[in-house]
Ligand binder design. Sequence first.
Ligand code: ZLV
Ligand code: CA
Ligand code: ZN
Length: 390
Amino acid sequence: YTPIPRPKGYRVSWHANPAVEPHHFGQSHPMKPFRLTLTKQLVMAYGMHHAMDLYMTRAATYEEMADFHNTDYLDFLKTIIPSDMQSSDQSDSLARFNFGDDCPVFDGLYNYASLYAGGTIDAARKLCNNQSDIAINWSGGLHHAKKAEASGFCYVNDIVLGILQLLRHHPRVMYIDIDVHHGDGVEQAFWSTDRVLTVSFHKYDKDNFFPGTGALDSNGPAHPLNPGAHHALNVPLNDGIEDDDYIALFKEIIGSCVSTYQPGAIVLQCGADSLGCDRLGCFSLNVQAHGACVAYTKTFGIPLLVVGGGGYTPRNVSRAWAHETSILVDAANIIDPNIPDAVTFRNHFGPDYSLFPPLSDMRRIENKNSRAYLASLVRTIKEKLRYIQG
Ligand code: ZLV
Ligand code: CA
Ligand code: ZN
């Protein structure tokens, strides 16, 4: 490969620890930390690691995680072991903290959760100290975890912990979530403050799609004394949304939000389950369209924390996150769309060996988002922005 040069005029930092990658949620569980290994192999095969400052992430300390999480939840997380899943004297706690099929207890769980959380906290601190302009942690983005509850494959809410760090330096932080699921844990954590504006794009079907929250009219408790009222925005979508509509919607909404709210930092959750052909998702986005949202967010030149999230077809997750890394280091137009021969696990990318296989044609899902529906979403959200001040 040829080393990718450093981007001109700004610094990008990469936060990772390979010890996250070998964790296993269990036999048929869709969350596969191996997708991080694939992502890293692509990034390195393209020589992109030369364009960034590389930081080996440490585990978040118990005290750092207690900035958001309850200590009785953390104590449980720290001591629970897989054999407790069957034990009757743990069943009350397991139920109370929402452990089960979605959130199993697996070997090294506390290590896994504290490592991905440490990555996001470190990334946020690099931005605060002005040692980085764009900080990336693909192992983070676990947006469903609650103060005292695991949820939707998420145990510790690294995004909330990262935003809490950014709030030490920035009066206002904006959170953008393009995972196919609603970013409920982050929304709820900042439900009562006007210092964080959360915006989630997601598939919404109250009764049939997890987590069932994130309706258009769900914008924070509208109590007159709640400063956080109106500071949660939701973009509920139906099955099958395609590239051009999604990009146009993202630009219209995010452009208006940034110019109104004037955030000092942006956190972007890049859940890759919004891609076409995802095992759990139902949108029809190609890698380029998912990446176009990252590219647009970067154009504001605001300190940017980029995290991963969902994504259940590992070969496509790694394609998207490698492409997005190239966008962030300003090298998208110089990398070869044919996946290099030297990539470890290259067999995962056949038969096309392309960074951009046409995902939208591979599994046709009818687009249930009419132009009129999308236009009404934009109109309604722009009206909601009138309640928000920068
Ligand atoms: O991508 O799960 O639908 C960020 C993220 O946003 C549910 N869970 C819950 C509510 C009751 N159920 C079903 C429980 C199923 C447990 C096992 C699966 C196993 C195999 C294949 C698919 C699933 C599954 N679980 C699909 N959807 C769910 C959701 C949770 C989705 C979390 C998304 C996380 C990382
Ligand atoms: Ca989302
Ligand atoms: Zn998701």
